[in-house]
Design a protein around this ligand. Sequence first.
Ligand SMILES: Nc1ncnc2c1ncn2[C@@H]1O[C@H](COP(=O)(O)OP(=O)(O)O)[C@@H](O)[C@H]1O
Ligand SMILES: CC(C)(COP(=O)(O)O)[C@@H](O)C(=O)NCCC(=O)O
Ligand SMILES: [K+]
Length: 244
Amino acid sequence: MILLIDAGNTRIKWRLLADASAPAALDEGALGHDGIDALGQLRTRHPGPLRVVGSNVAGTDVADRITAALAVNAVEWLCPTQHACGVRNLYDIPGQLGADRWAALIGAHHTHAQACLVVTAGTATTADLLSADGDFLGGLILPGVDLMQASLARGTAQLPLAEGRFVPQPRCTVDAIRSGCLHAQAGAIERMFRQIATERGALCLLGGGAADSFAGLLDIPLRRIDNLVLCGLAVIAGLHSPNA
Ligand SMILES: Nc1ncnc2c1ncn2[C@@H]1O[C@H](COP(=O)(O)OP(=O)(O)O)[C@@H](O)[C@H]1O
Ligand SMILES: CC(C)(COP(=O)(O)O)[C@@H](O)C(=O)NCCC(=O)O
Ligand SMILES: [K+]
């Protein structure tokens, strides 16, 4: 069995596959950082030899806790390089790129081998340009929806951390905050997409826990896809992704 792990700053997403020919996941889920120990139950439910392939952007403590919870000798943590699985990383320092972004780009290229904007709306939102040839051209990092809203509450005297609604013409504080943060996400993504809009088959692939909060605002060719990081890890692990 192979366990794929996407360790983000808010949640650990995981998918268990039987082997290279398995058409579907045996099991999958997501855990908060305080629930990492529950990964141990996975071993009880699915006993047997286990290979673990993961991406981690949540720090070494989270990585160590995942390894300990699974009681495995080692996890194969992805380190972004200049080339992998048909994708070329044009970051100035390839290893500086988040491992989750690298895996998602590889998943994207194997899902849609044309120009893409790969957007992951998690703790942070990233919007990464991928050419039809598999060149990662560059991308944006912005605070995710929750982080944007929280930063306004933290940095001001009068703005609350409260649930607002998205409305076209906000007329109260909480709606103004919610609408502003969602417009900021959608606007950044649409502006980024302009760089590939005229290319044949150009598509925005959108995933991440916060994707549904603004997917409906995007006026560009769009495919919602969960979870591109795990799809990419499956490709990297030498498997065919069940979602591909
Ligand atoms: N059940 C949930 N638990 C935590 N965050 C959630 C949940 N459902 C949606 N979200 C949203 O998803 C975001 C986290 O998405 P996720 O893709 O797990 O992020 P990361 O990869 O950074 O850990 C949160 O900031 C929040 O906006
Ligand atoms: C941009 C990120 C914080 C996104 O993390 P996430 O929201 O998925 O938890 C992560 O990919 C990261 O720490 N990247 C390293 C810097 C970079 O990609 O340039
Ligand atoms: K992200």
